[in-house]
Structures are given as structure tokens and as C-alpha cells.
Design a protein around this ligand. Structure first.
Ligand code: GLA
Length: 732
């Protein structure tokens, strides 16, 4: 539920006066083409999560429940195995338990009895169900929140309170949703630095696919969205059920299937032993877990996430400014004259924001020292940052600054003064990564120091934007003098830090960066305004990273930069058209020492920036579409305006095709009944081989959305790593 929502009704989900014979404990929630049917006889049991079932009266619901009851075979647990969203063994459930934990071995199997659920219908068309439950013998109380958002997303979280009189140690709290047996394939993601969100497909068979992350951050290799789908699962085909754990610390996601259960998706936080020990009266709240359904493929599943994010009051609504980031342009070589020249070149091609990356503070002349000393370096900035900031703002650009607030180099004034402020074990410091350790932000003094420094920097300087980095996994992350497991507390402290800073500086925009794209999840995005998708700016690599990042988040949140001709991370060279046409589908930036760009490159770059400014309104509010191409060398994707009036597509050659001339490409997502004027969009790369395509010119063609989506058009012959853009405008 959104904070500013008004509720229309708050009722028990069980009508008081249900007619005799009609179950009073069934609830059918519907939103945006999704149905969620819940049996509320105990903790919610999901009878259906998926396509809208239309109107169902209570008799229909009762029959649905009867029809869903499994036949008894063999020697089943008496009463049948119940699968609730937090399945307990007490119900005969022998899969992954919803809750594990104990009081030194006692109270390890909780059997919750639920109280009266309360249903709130929000004015925006969503539903929020709150179910209280308790197991007095185990000394546990539970409050489960289950929402169906107006966009058809299901999200859940649970709060567990210790009502006993000794410590209850939480092992895990795993919320779940069922998926049907016809979901036979799984898609989730792996990856590493500079290659985030690499898709992996596996068969969904009996057993558990368990993805556990102990990196102390969301991770390069987070499952991101764990999708169960029918065997024809693709961007525009197949049914898809997706699961996302919104948590920036350790977490787990699983897909599980048994002979006696068709399948489920589940997950939650991954806790270390002893990490959450609840004293009497204390409570633990799980992360939010989100679930999205796509009746026709991954695009539909992604669209619910995008629509939900875009409906948040804090979602960035101003045009996403073209950003020049200095990292690959100057690295640590900070020099006012050089940066002024770079700012001039950036402004001349149309940049609107200039971000000074790492190297401006303390002794930070390379990555071996200075992290934690958040004071402008006298050595490189003797007059402070003001001369640069004044120059940048004088050019009409916003100024942004890189920070890495959670980190500390042991070679820093901060670490020398407070060696005990680092996450560590009593007898040892964690092994360093990039010469750095992690500041223990759950320590109030460390927290106050970092908040104070960030606050001072934002108060003393005209800074509109922070690039907030986090460059290492957390290893041996012990908190306090005893070195107890610290990731849970650290994750909450980082959220608090962002919230506190934003409360003091409400206009600041923050980018979530983590060695590239290792901290992208829906909880960090509640308090940040875009993500840095990857340190790899190589356009060919980005042609995989960006679309898959787009499975969860819309394009306006995905930082995408035009790099120099040769990618620093891979050494691969690409044309400016290919680089720019790839970065266009995101929040566009430039990360290139433009002082070295020649006049022709600057002119071409300015044309791309101008196109971005023209189409960002479309790209950042429209529906992302990805065609299912049969030719592995050809990628087709685009954005269609919500009202179907306008669309921009890219046809990109990832390599050389076995097909010559190329097959027709389908342009998905257009209004089937509308007629469109389709033509090439300049300055798309028109360096092609072969004979020109007959329709290729400003006149283009007129065709219906149905024809363009089902028959498509023959594109020009593209050399490897070239792309063309197509614009479709509704006519008549
Ligand atoms: C990380 C980020 C980069 C850059 C460097 C600076 O690697 O992902 O974009 O900011 O840190 O040290």
C-alpha cells in the first residue's frame, strides 16, 4: 500500500453473514488481468495465481476449491497436505519449510492458527490483506501482509514476534506462491563483474533449485527474477510466473517441485547462524517478495514490475538528464583545467549532468587509500570543488559526485582513528577486496559520522546527484566487539542512511552502483533513482545486460553510457552508431574523454543526444517490447507508447547472420488495428551492405500494427555490430 493511499473499505475477509453452505473463507482478488484466489481457512493458501478468472460467485469459488483438492493416493498425511504461503511441517508439508528457528532446540516446528484477516481495498484498485496468526505453544506471533497491486503484482512480507519468555533464533522465513505443473522450465540469472544478468535456463523438475547469495549485497549473480514458465517461454510467448526478493543483503530464491506438489516459487532473506535472535517481545520482518505473472511471455511479466515502479510517488518524473560521467574519461587524474575542458565538451554535445567520479577526497589518488575520508582533497582541489561546480552549473548542467559511504580503506585517517569501526571478527579483519573493508554502519558512531559527512557535502556544495557505489562483497562481516553476523543489520542501516539523507536533502537524486550492477533490487530502488547496470560499457555486451535488466526495471532507471570507440572493459571496438543506439534505450550518458573526440564524432554524438531528448518521453513511459527472433544474430526490441501512438524500434546485428538477405523482422506490441507510418529513424546507423531495401527512406510504408507484428518488414543487410532504428507513428 502506498503511504498516501486512502482506503475505501477495511473489512474482515470473511463475510459475517455468508449464506448457509457457502464458504466464508474464500477470497478472489483481481487486478490488471491477474486473479489470486485465496483459501483463508488458515494461513492463506493460494488456489490460483495467474490469469484472470473473471467474475466468480461464492459457489463458483467453492467449486474451484473442491476441484483443486488432490486425490488421495498411497498413504498421505491425514487431512491432506496443505500448502500455505508460509508452509509449515505441521500441515504435512515436507518441502522447504516456511519458517525455521528454535529456542535452543525447542519450538522448532510452529503450527500457526490464524485470526480474522483484514482486507483493505485501496483507491488505486489494489488489495491489501493482513492476516494475524499465532502459535502460543511455540511462543510466536505472525503478521502476514499479502497485496495484489493495481498492476497485478503480488507482494508479501511477514513479521514474526517472539511472545515467549526466552530467545527465539530465526533460521529462515521463506514466503512462497504455487505455480502449476505446466511450468516446466526455469529462467534465472547469473553473472559476474562486467557481465551482469546472464540468463540461465534449466528444466523445472522434481527437487529444489536453490539460489543462495551470501555476498552481503544484491550481487552480480543474484537470480534477479526467478521465472517459472511453460516450455515455450519467450519474450512474447508462454506463460510466466516470476519471483523477486527485494533485499540488498544475503537472500535466497527457490523453485521447488515434489511428487505431491506441482511447484512453487519462494524466497526471503538468508540469515547466518545467530544473526536474528529475538529476545522476548522482539520482532523480525522479512523483506518484501514480489511475484509477477505474464500471460504471454516475459514482456508481460516485466510490464507489471515497470507499471508498479512507475506508479510510486518517488519515481523520477523529470526528463532523465543526459549524464557525462568522468570515470572512463579521466579515472583518478583529477585536474581542474582538464575537467573544465571535459565539461565544455560535454555541454557542447548536449549533456545536462556532469558527474565527478572517484578520486576527489582524502588521499584517494588511486584505489589503495582514502575511502572513508569524505573531505575534499586539498591536494587536488585546493579551492574546493566550487570552481568546477560553478563552471558546470554555469554551463547549465547539474553537478553529481561519486561516493562509496559504506566502505573504508585501512589506509585512511578514518580507519587509523577508528579501527574498530570496520565489520570484522574479534581475532581478524576480513580479507580485503580492492584494498578496502566495510564500515560497520550498525554502529551508531560510524553511522553518525558518515551521515554527517554526506550531509555536510550536500549542504556546502551545489550537488544534485550522488553516484553511490559499493565495491566489494561482504566476507566475515562481524558486527560489534563479539563479531556477531552483521549483514542483516548492515543492510537495514544502509536503507536508513539513504532515507535519512534523503529526508535532509529531498531533491537529491541517487544512483545505485555496486562495481557496476551488483546492487539492483526493488528495495534499494525504493530510495535510489537509477542503477548503473554494469561497468562494461561495451555495446555488444550491453545488448544482453540491458534487456535482461529491463525484465525488472524500466528503461528510465537503467544507466546506459556511450563509451569511447574501444571499450575499456573488453578492448572491443564499435561504431558510434552501435554504441549510441544501444545506450539510447536507457537513461543515456556519456563516459568517454570527449577532449579526444574529433569534430565528426562530436557532431554525430550531438545528433544522438538530440534524438534521445526527442524520444526520452516515449522511452521512459512506454512499454518495453522484445521480439522473439529466430536468427540468433539479429536482435529486435523497442518501446511502444502506452496509447499505441508512437514507437521506436532497434534492429541490431549482434554478429554475422547465416541469412542473406535478412529475414523479415517482427515489430511487436503495436496496436493491431491502427495504421502506422514506419520509416528509418535518423541517426540510426545506415552503413549497410547490399542493395538498399525498397521501402527504406523517409516515405517508409503504411501498415497496420497487426501486419507489422505478424508479418514484419525486411530490414537492410546489416554488418555485424551495426544497428538501425525504426520509428512507427500512428496515422489517421
Ligand atoms: C566502481 C564503479 C565505477 C567507478 C569506480 C570508481 O567500479 O562501478 O563506475 O565509479 O568504482 O572507483
Amino acid at each position: 500500500m502506498r503511504p498516501d493511499d486512502e482506503t475505501t473499505t477495511t473489512t474482515s475477509a470473511r463475510p459475517d453473514h455468508a449464506p448457509p453452505g457457502v464458504p466464508a473463507d474464500l477470497l478472489h482478488l483481481r487486478a490488471a488481468g491477474v486473479s489470486l484466489v485465496l483459501d483463508l481457512a488458515g494461513l492463506p493458501r493460494v488456489l490460483h495465481w495467474g490469469a484472470d478468472l473473471g467474475d466468480l460467485d461464492e459457489t463458483g469459488l467453492a467449486d474451484l476449491r473442491r476441484a483443486a483438492r488432490p486425490a488421495g493416493m498411497g498413504s498421505p498425511v491425514e487431512g491432506g497436505v496443505g500448502h500455505t504461503v508460509l508452509p509449515p511441517q505441521a500441515d504435512g508439508w515436507l518441502g522447504t519449510p516456511g519458517l525455521t528457528g528454535s529456542r535452543a532446540g525447542r519450538a522448532w516446528s510452529a503450527a500457526f492458527v490464524s485470526g480474522a484477516p483484514a482486507l483493505t481495498r485501496t483507491t488505486d484498485g489494489g488489495s491489501v490483506l493482513v492476516v494475524p496468526a499465532a502459535d502460543p505453544a511455540a511462543g510466536l506471533q505472525l503478521e502476514l501482509v499479502l497485496e495484489l497491486t493495481p498492476q497485478g503484482l503480488v507482494r508479501q512480507r511477514a513479521t514474526l514476534t517472539n511472545t515467549g519468555d526466552d530467545v527465539y533464533e530465526v533460521g529462515s522465513l521463506t514466503l512462497t506462491l504455487p505455480v502449476p505443473a505446466r511450468a516446466t522450465t526455469l529462467l534465472d540469472f547469473g553473472g559476474h563483474w562486467a557481465r551482469e544478468r546472464a540468463p540461465m535456463r534449466t528444466a523445472f523438475t522434481h527437487g529444489t533449485r536453490l539460489r543462495e547469495n551470501r555476498r552481503g549485497r544484491t550481487g552480480f549473480d543474484t537470480p534477479y527474477v526467478l521465472v517459472a514458465g511453460t516450455d515455450d517461454l519467450a519474450h512474447r510467448r508462454g506463460e510466466a510466473w516470476g519471483w523477486h526478493v527485494a533485499w540488498s543483503g544475503n537472500h535466497r530464491s527457490l523453485a521447488e517441485r515434489h511428487h505431491d506438489h506441482p511447484g512453487l516459487l519462494g524466497g526471503g532473506e538468508l540469515l547466518a547462524p545467530g544473526e536474528v535472535r529475538l529476545a522476548p517481545g522482539e520482532a523480525y520482518t522479512s523483506p518484501w517478495v514480489y511475484a509477477s505473472y505474464g500471460e504471454q511471455g516475459l514482456d508481460a511479466l516485466a510490464d507489471r514490475f515497470h507499471a508498479w515502479l512507475r506508479a510510486r510517488p518517488q519515481h523520477p518524473s523529470s526528463p532523465r538528464p543526459v549524464t557525462l560521467n568522468t570515470w572512463e574519461a579521466v579515472y583518478f587524474h583529477h585536474d581542474l583545467a582538464r575537467l573544465v575542458e571535459l565539461a565544455d565538451a560535454a555541454a557542447a554535445v548536449g549533456a545536462e549532468r556532469f558527474v565527478l567520479d572517484d578520486g576527489w577526497f582524502g588521499s584517494r589518488r588511486d584505489d589503495t587509500s582514502g575511502l572513508g575520508d569524505w573531505f575534499v582533497s586539498d591536494e587536488v582541489w585546493p579551492d574546493g570543488l566550487h570552481p568546477l561546480i560553478d563552471h558546470v552549473t554555469g554551463l547549465g548542467m547539474q553537478f553529481g559526485l561519486w561516493v562509496e559511504p559504506e566502505m573504508v580503506n585501512p589506509d585512511s585517517d578514518l580507519a587509523r582513528a577508528h579501527p574498530d569501526w570496520m565489520l570484522q571478527l574479534p581475532d581478524r579483519l576480513p580479507r580485503p577486496v580492492r584494498h578496502q573493508q566495510v564500515l560497520d554502519l550498525a554502529r551508531p558512531e560510524a553511522y553518525a559520522y558518515v551521515l554527517g559527512r554526506l550531509d555536510a557535502l550536500l549542504t556546502e556544495n551545489d550537488i544534485a546527484y550522488l553516484k553511490w557505489d559499493h565495491n566489494r562483497d561482504l566476507v566475515d562481516a562481524g558486527h560489534g566487539p563479539d563479531g556477531v553476523p552483521g549483514v542483516h543489520g548492515q543492510t537495514l542501516a544502509v536503507y536508513r542512511l539513504l532515507d535519512d539523507l534523503r529526508a535532509r536533502h529531498p531533491r537529491i537524486e541517487i544512483e545505485s552502483c555496486s562495481s557496476g550492477g551488483a546492487r539492483i533490487d526493488l528495495e534499494i530502488l525504493q530510495r535510489t533513482d537509477r542503477v548503473w547496470a554494469s561497468d562494461c560499457i561495451d555495446a555488444l555486451e550491453r545488448r544482453s545486460i540491458q534487456p535482461w535488466t529491463n525484465l525488472l526495471i524500466p528503461l528510465e532507471l537503467i544507466g546506459a553510457h556511450i563509451g569511447s570507440g574501444t571499450a575499456h572493459s573488453t578492448g572491443r571496438s564499435a561504431s558510434l552508431g552501435f554504441r549510441a543506439g544501444t545506450a539510447l534505450f536507457g537513461h543515456l550518458g556519456i563516459e568517454w574523454d570527449l577532449r579526444e573526440a574529433d569534430d565528426a564524432q562530436r557532431v554525430e554524438l550531438a545528433a544522438w543526444v538530440a534524438l534521445y531528448k526527442e524520444v526520452r518521453g516515449l522511452l521512459h513511459t512506454g512499454v518495453s517490447v522484445h521480439a522473439d527472433t529466430t536468427d540468433p544474430a539479429i536482435q529486435v526490441h523497442g518501446v511502444v507508447a502506452q496509447d499505441g501512438s508512437d514507437a521506436l524500434f532497434a534492429v541490431a546485428a549482434l554478429g554475422s547472420s547465416a541469412q542473406m538477405p535478412p529475414d523479415a523482422v517482427l515489430l511487436p506490441g503495436l496496436d493491431p488495428d491502427a495504421t502506422y507510418h514506419l520509416r528509418p529513424q535518423a541517426p540510426g546507423d545506415v552503413v549497410t551492405h547490399g542493395q538498399p531495401v525498397p521501402w527504406w527512406g523517409p516515405e517508409g510504408i503504411r501498415a497496420t500494427g497487426r501486419v507489422l507484428g505478424r508479418l514484419g518488414v525486411r530490414p537492410p543487410q546489416l554488418s555485424p555490430e551495426r544497428l538501425v532504428l525504426l520509428r512507427a507513428t500512428r496515422v489517421g
